[in-house]
Ligand binder design. Structure first.
Ligand SMILES: Cc1cc2nc3c(=O)[nH]c(=O)nc-3n(C[C@H](O)[C@H](O)[C@H](O)COP(=O)(O)O)c2cc1C
Length: 322
């Protein structure tokens, strides 16, 4: 079973991916959060860094493209091929209103004829193998069979399924039972994504659908950076490893970013990673109030040294609401 690191815009940037790869590894592929080509192919500095061959050297990364324009997609793929990438991923899942209003991301699922026309063009001209990360409908899961009948006509290198509709964003449980329809119809590798937070979630999905070629992990892997390694038979994270991971991340961000941005960003990552610890809430609260580097370092140190690790680490959605 392959394990992929999901793209998480604002979290799994090039610094995070490299430090994760160095300290834990485990994922067979790290997906780069979406790059959105414009008419003139000008990119934000985030996007330039994200796709830079230097920044990604030695790491098995897959760039993801967000567009509804097949020419832009293929032109982008040609550039990525020149950079040395060997696969390009289509984002057909982003639920954000500003994205879907332009017919991109999961907005592509609304107009099924346009989706087919897009894929026809892409598979005629794209110079790289194409994978897709898709939701199962725009408004309703009833759209899934029609989407399957479209996707099954194209030779995707992977079809990654996030089993929710756009309407559902990340709420409620994924429609896992509808994976069955996809397994029956698709001849290309199928990867499951969504709410795999504990080892037993991964076991449930893979036992239920043994023909899946892999699992894509997002929030569960940010919470427990050793999760992919564990699912591949490796050892769980130790306290020392988590501290080393944190310290290296923190140092690399400080080298690249302004100090205030680093504190905010590290707090965001620590909220996820707090799921590794028994009752970290008080210390986490202190950490999130810090404004100065010294105070941040002190509060982080206390989490790493004073809080015991949980026996059954896994992402808990409630931490994002606290
Ligand atoms: C903060 C955040 C940023 C995300 N950015 C992207 C993105 O750039 N591209 C994408 O395809 N999905 C993106 N996603 C969706 C995730 O890749 C993934 O599908 C989702 O988190 C569900 O998987 P999980 O339950 O394992 O976290 C994002 C999700 C979150 C929470």
């Amino acid at each position: 079973m392959k394990i992929y690191f999901a793209p998480l815009e604002g979290v799994t940037d090039e610094i995070y991916r490299r430090v994760h790869f160095e300290c834990f590894g485990g994922p067979d592929k790290y997906f780069i959060p979406f790059i959105s080509p414009t008419q003139h192919f000008t990119f934000s500095s985030r996007e330039q860094k994200a796709m830079s061959p230097e920044e990604n050297k030695g790491i098995p990364v897959v760039p993801q493209v967000l567009t509804k324009n097949p020419e832009h997609f293929c032109e982008m793929a040609a550039r990525l091929k020149e950079f040395g990438y060997t696969e390009v991923n289509l984002n057909a899942g982003c639920p954000s209103g500003t994205v879907t209003a332009k017919g991109k991301g999961s907005g592509m699922l609304r107009d099924k004829c346009a989706l087919r026309a897009f894929l026809d063009e892409v598979f005629l001209h794209c110079p790289l193998p194409v994978s897709v990360k898709t939701r199962i409908g725009f408004e309703s899961a009833d759209e899934w069979n029609e989407l399957i009948s479209i996707y099954k006509d194209y030779p995707f290198s992977d079809i990654i399924l996030h089993m929710r509709t756009r309407e559902e964003f990340y709420k409620g449980r994924p429609h896992i039972e509808l994976v069955e329809n996809a397994m029956d119809a698709f001849s290309c590798p199928v990867v499951y994504n969504g709410d795999v937070f504990y080892q037993e979630d991964a076991e449930d999905v893979s036992t239920r659908f043994p023909a899946l070629s892999g699992l894509m992990l997002g929030r569960g892997l940010v919470a427990n950076p050793a999760f992919a390694r564990v699912l591949k038979g490796g050892k769980p994270a130790t306290k020392e490893e988590l501290k080393r991971f944190h310290d290296r991340l923190y140092r690399r961000y400080l080298e690249a970013w302004p100090k205030n941005a680093v504190i905010g960003h590290m707090c965001e990552i620590m909220v996820y990673m707090s799921c590794m610890y028994v009752n970290p809430h008080k210390l986490l609260k202190t950490l999130r109030k810090t404004k100065e580097l010294a105070a941040y370092e002190d509060a982080a140190e206390r989490i790493f040294t004073e809080t015991p690790l949980r026996d059954d680490p896994g992402f808990d959605l409630m931490v994002l609401k606290k």
